[in-house]
Design a protein around this ligand. Sequence first.
Ligand code: WTA
Length: 677
Amino acid sequence: MATSTDSPETTHATDSIESHQKEDRRFPPSPTFAGRARVGSHAEYTAMYKTSIEEPEVFWREETEDLVFRTPWKNFSSWELPKARFFEGATLNVTESCLDRHLGSGTRNKAAIVFEGEPGDVRTLTYFELHREVVKMAAILLDLGVKSGDRVAIYMGMVPEAAVAMLACARIGAVHSVVFGGFSAEALRDRINDCGATLVITQDGAWRRGSILPLKQIADAALAQTPQVKHALVVQRIGKTGDTTAHGKPFSCPMTTGRDVFWEDAAKTPSTASLQLARNPHAFDAEHPLFILYTSGSTGKPKGVLHTTAGYLAGAHVTTKYVFDLQEQDLYFCTADIGWVTGHSYIVYGPLSNGASMLMYEGAPNFPEQDRLWDIVERHGVTILYTAPTAIRSFIRWGDDWPNKHDLSSLRLLGSVGEPINPEAWTWYHRVIGGGRCPIVDTWWQTETGSIMATTLPGACYSKPGSCGLPFFGVDLAVVKDHGEPCAPGEGGKLVIKRPWPSMARTLWNDEARYASAYWTVMPDVYFTGDGARMDQDGYLWVVGRIDDVLNVSGHRIGTAEIESALVSHPSVAEAAAVGRPDDLKGQALVVFVTLKGGHAGSPEMKKAITEHIDKEIGKFARPDAIRFTDALPKTRSGKIMRRLLKEVAAGAKAPQGDTSTLEDLSVLAKLSSDEE
Ligand code: WTA
């Protein structure tokens, strides 16, 4: 667990954002960087932004010229919110923009993916090779009976075939739903059943910190309770490296006859008809569903965020091009996992639609030692690095010697995403990793927004450490009070987006009503992000964090209600409340308060049992950082748990300051505050 230190490098984010906002340090791009950048001045950014807002049709017509439309769009957009449509009348196959369009140019033989496995194996796939693999997998999916509109779950680690699988689905119009490899069998089962997937693509196992994560075995446990799944397509990652033991334990990849197929076997025998169709794929309507990605919300049930074809592609494409200032010679490295939206937009669709070369790394950043990423940057000559504040805070803790051992001079641009970056982490990243010369793009966005909504374009705008900057093209951001009145500069409020944008989520899978109520009810026809923020006098955005019941633990969105419903499903747990507490390393740590059913006592064994229960129900990444047993939870007279007070207790307050007038029984609070963890 993280503990606070005296080092100013690790002061918690929100406290320091306020002090640094006052300090107002500015880091302009260097003239050299700006001179070569796609957008090289603030005036140019402002002019482009103005067009994007005042004449969106003109802006998007020009910016989507690189993309392949079979039928051009007639109308840029129309909406009757929360329903919105973009690029109306267009038909396209997303994979033609990501793959086929590059085959007729010099990009054909350029590396699309440079893959480095955790054991050190390196494999490069050119655009030609990636196209070939995607066509083959698309053909196999067709042979296995997948049709346009069918859902396919992808449960994989960071291997090139994960990208191949996503693109193969898109090629035939199937809707992929990637489930992060850290989710448990139960969580995978629920997601497969919610979206009604009929096929699962997985892999035998993935390397993680020197061990094998047995993905297929976990998938098997899920597949025991997903009656509609007809097939599992299994990529051999471990089988290929030839090592079938992990930590002395035999590793196996059991296959169920008739249901499970090894990708390597199937790939040898696609049918001619399917290959023909995979090579010459259909085009789909601009609003054809592309993928579903589950994310946490403020109820126990995860939200299946649905993105569609043309708008999502356009958003991912244009943001990748401008925010990362992609140039022909770049090698771009995003450390996110494909199981999260950053992996979708900024490992797969954005970079590939731009013909970029990207580095994909399979394993942990501290394996075999804490300099793995810096070793990768040096050996491969990475030029752009995109990572998360929580990772940066770990690097700081591990010490400057690790990056200092390496030549990081190939880097020219750094990015950050997932949570507010505390200015100390920003300055360290700038100085130690960026050598003081690389601009940092702090990118604010969400699973629902599909692509980056706010940042500072690296050649055009100065950055202020801790602020994610200015709105991206076409994005109309505002910070408002409870009923929609605009906040004054510097005043805290709710972050909203005032008009629809191409890559916005279209709905929640099977839950139109929740889509409308979760995002569109704070103000009429305005999208509510769930984040609290302030905008300063220069129009720079300072995101404070979630103001709904969603936590951000190490950049992972975790719904407190999801944790609570997992906790109360444990046979000994009567009631539970989950809250966040500020944490130097993780941003927020997860603290749970638990009351046990009669006869059960709080004990170290019980803590262990509860932890294992969360591992099983959700996944290890959602493990509580602290479990506190209590005889009762503070409640209002109407019976609602007072999470606000629990938050204060979790943060260490001896006597919570908030309003306790509605508290049912004050002695509960006194007892809680005095309990040791
Ligand atoms: C938070 C990840 C501050 C925010 C792309 C948002 C950030 C949630 C930033 C979305 C940032 C993401 N600065 N906060 N640069 N980036 N967030 O859906 O609270 O996993 O609402 O998407 O992360 O998380 P999600």
